[in-house]
Design a binder for this molecule. Structure first.
Ligand code: ZN
Length: 364
């Protein structure tokens, strides 16, 4: 049932993007915007492009002859079409020119590979850097392949000055009460440092939003007697495995990773709140408490639900763990709100309330 509906969404997405693809008039003879790419052994496609290039990503369902294909179109002329034989779940990678002025990178998977297009997102991580994680892809037998220098000459991201972190702390007095000093919770603000996460409308950066909210959640929980550990407290880059080992060593009762979503700058119509858990029922209940509270302070944005997800930080942590997406930085409803100090304060209160309700009702 899930697969059927997601294919429909993917077809809509393809149709929309193909229409959009006809519109830009790109002068011929401009060099391809694709300057380097790598597909890692963990199934993450990383790209470097010319600055502020407009990319389009497509998903093609499998048919009788071929497996799933995901491709990305870049503006500009390709000099040398080429194909690389894949390993493991990847059958082949092709770089070609489907028509004048467009470079296309195609990843074709083996016919038995299943991917949910809803889990696939092309995220801009800097003006010249992009990433798409093939979530759910079996990584056995994959090896890292790529061309070009992914890091060399990368343009340092300049943080936009628009973002003002919260200065006045949120008032915890309305939050549920729990016994003092009984619980420990790890809060994981996503991304950080050179990895801004998603970058959305008006240059709104996921890392800024989630750090601000996370610090407030931590302060609120501490005000209720919870021992809070944060995986980061400033703009630094912490890789995913250290976040997990930090959490697993901490002896925490719960782990909450806080992120903001993004789709494409062409899809301001996509907004909403979603909370992911990996598999167990305690994590699912923690996700439900948080999702409900966040929806309460986010009127008009869609409920994308409590969902199973295979994100590394919730898959590898040993305590009940969730990853919450507090809105889309590319969404016309969500982005202006996420930029507001007041909304972030309400989100922090909602997250704290969800976590406290879980501790109070589900943990002895
Ligand atoms: Zn994120």
């Amino acid at each position: 049932m899930l697969a059927a509906s997601s294919y429909r969404i993917s077809w809509l997405l393809i149709a929309t993007l193909q229409v959009l693809g006809l519109l830009p008039a790109i002068p011929a003879q401009i060099e391809s915007a694709l300057s380097a790419w790598v597909l890692t052994d963990q199934g993450v496609l990383q790209l470097r492009t010319s600055r502020n290039a407009q990319l389009q990503a497509f998903f093609q369902v499998a048919d009788a002859n071929r497996g799933i294909r995901v491709w990305i179109d870049f503006p500009g002329e390709l000099k040398f079409p080429r194909r690389l034989v894949g390993r493991g779940a990847v059958k082949e990678i092709r770089i070609g020119q489907p028509r004048a002025g467009i470079t296309r990178l195609v990843v074709e998977f083996r016919s038995d590979v299943e991917l949910n297009p809803e889990n696939l997102r092309l995220r801009g991580t800097a003006p010249d850097r992009w990433e798409m994680a093939f979530i759910g892809l079996p990584t056995r037998g994959l090896n890292e392949v790529g061309e070009g220098d992914l890091t060399g000459g990368a343009i340092a991201w300049q943080a936009p000055n628009r973002f003002k972190p919260s200065s006045t702390p949120a008032d915890p007095s309305g939050l549920p009460t729990i016994p003092n000093n009984r619980y420990r919770v790890v809060i994981d603000p996503g991304h950080g440092g050179p990895d801004p996460g998603a970058v959305g409308i008006g240059g709104l950066r996921e890392t800024d939003v989630v750090l601000d909210v996370s610090l407030q959640v931590a302060a609120l929980l501490r005000a209720r007697g919870v021992d809070v550990r944060l995986t980061r407290t400033s703009e630094i880059d912490v890789d995913l495995p250290p976040r997990v080992s930090f959490a697993n060593r901490s002896g925490a009762t719960a782990f909450v990773s806080i992120h903001a979503n993004a789709l494409s700058m062409h899809r301001p119509d996509v907004n909403g709140i979603e909370t992911f858990f990996y598999s167990d029922s305690r994590s699912e209940r923690l996700a439900s408490y948080i999702q409900q509270q966040i929806l309460n302070v986010s009127p008009g944005t869609p409920n994308r639900g409590v969902r199973r997800g295979r994100f590394f930080v919730i898959r590898r942590t040993t305590m009940p763990s969730v990853l919450v997406e507090i809105g889309f930085v590319t969404g016309a409803i969500d982005a202006p709100r996420l930029a507001q100090v007041g909304h972030r304060r309400r989100l922090a209160l909602a997250l704290a309330a969800g976590i406290l309700n879980y501790l109070k009702r589900e943990v002895q």
